[in-house]
Design a protein around this ligand. Structure first.
Ligand code: ITT
Length: 205
């Protein structure tokens, strides 16, 4: 029998990605993943934390409170060395409007326009939380380090992918296939780590 697990996100790509990782790690149909679109009246939960971990926990705790289901939530973004780790938790709304990927990316490029190549390091970071109805909480983090290019390259991915060249890579994250990106990305790493915790906390029925 499969155990039900909520991924507290409206982002369908995250749902597909976590389901794929859980199926690979734990066997197909071991976990039945549901998203927020399965709960029509679910409100927008403000991400008021100042760290990725705080925001992931806020979203996961709210999921348990509203649905009674074990809940996973993640929060992610890009930390640019020359901007002291920003945009960080403000990555989705860096240029002012939530989810305006093109404006967010252009603003970061402009802000570090005069930073030389040696100082254009950065990292994608993902915190992923699992909160259980019995109150137990787990938090893991995944990172992909690399550097920020001066121009976009590639059409895949989303967000800041076209200007991010991961360490050891010759292609930007936007030039990788989804499976190639999962294998090295911050979210792929965090979700694979969380899959081990989920296996222990939600034993096969
Ligand atoms: P939630 O409903 O789960 O909050 P979201 O799409 O708002 O979904 P996040 O808050 O985790 O997702 O993402 C914040 C921003 O960080 C996102 O809008 C991108 O700009 C950036 N980001 C996160 N992961 C990324 C990735 O893999 N590639 C490129 N940009 C990414």
């Amino acid at each position: 029998m499969s155990a039900r697990l909520l991924l507290a996100t409206a982002n369908k790509k995250k749902l597909v990605e976590l389901q794929r990782i859980l199926d690979l790690a734990l066997g197909a149909s071991r976990i039945e993943l549901v998203g927020l679109s399965d709960f029509p009246d679910y409100p927008d939960v403000p991400e008021t934390g100042l760290t990725f971990g705080e925001n992931a926990l806020i979203k996961a705790r709210e999921g348990v409170r509203r649905t009674g289901l074990p809940t996973v939530a993640d929060d992610s973004g890009i930390a640019v060395d020359a901007l002291n780790g920003m945009p960080g938790v403000f990555s989705a709304r860096w240029a002012g409007r939530h989810g305006d990927d093109a404006a967010n990316l252009d603003l970061v490029l402009a802000q570090i326009g005069d930073v030389d190549d040696a100082h254009r390091g950065g990292a994608f970071v993902c915190a992923a939380a699992l909160v259980l109805p019995n109150g137990r909480e787990h938090l893991v983090e995944g990172r992909q380090t690399g550097r920020i290019l001066r121009q976009r390259r590639g059409e895949g991915g989303f967000g800041y992918d076209p200007i991010f060249l991961g360490d050891g890579q010759t292609r930007t994250n936007a030039e990788l296939s989804p499976a190639e990106k999962d294998a090295i990305s911050h979210r792929g790493k965090a979700f694979r780590e969380l899959a081990k915790v989920i296996a222990k906390e939600l034993p096969a029925g």
